[in-house]
Ligand binder design. Sequence first.
Ligand code: ZN
Length: 194
Amino acid sequence: MALSIVHFPHPTLRHRSRPIVRVDARLREMAAEMLDLMYEHEGVGLAANQVDLPIRMFVANPSGKRGEGEEWIVINPVIDRPKGNEAGQEGCLSVPGLFAQVKRPKKVRLQGYDLSGNEINKELDGFLARVVQHEVDHLDGVMFFDRIGDEAKREIEGGLAEFQTTFESLQDTGSIPANEKLAEQLAVWEKAYT
Ligand SMILES: [Zn+2]
């Protein structure tokens, strides 16, 4: 099975994912595929919800380039100890071409696990802190534009409406399964990994 990135308003983007309780070869393969997709689409982060998987895992590399910067695969991430506040531009591979200024804590602590079960516990700052907060939001079904003011929202609402129209026509023609079918598939993944 090849993973692909789903676009807004795919329902899995609004799904609150459950923690992973099982790591197997297939899950490791999916994490590797997520990194491939992230680099291919010139992103700096990708959450499992964005590839239609209802599990708490994300990949990231703030450099956006394979072999450069710091590459992350994080399972069951938890963020706490927010400090400060900073606005910065964000985009998302699930709404390519749309950007907005998003205000977030400047520093956070990230806890979680890597694919080998090693614990991650790091204080993050700046752009990496922003990327990780954006990705953990995805696992809770939250999009970056849920966190912007009405004025900023108005600027991208035309773009969001276009994504909505495209998604609906892809579902009408059967290129994307109906929401009930999508929910059935999520339940299968949840049973296997959460
Ligand atoms: Zn995103």
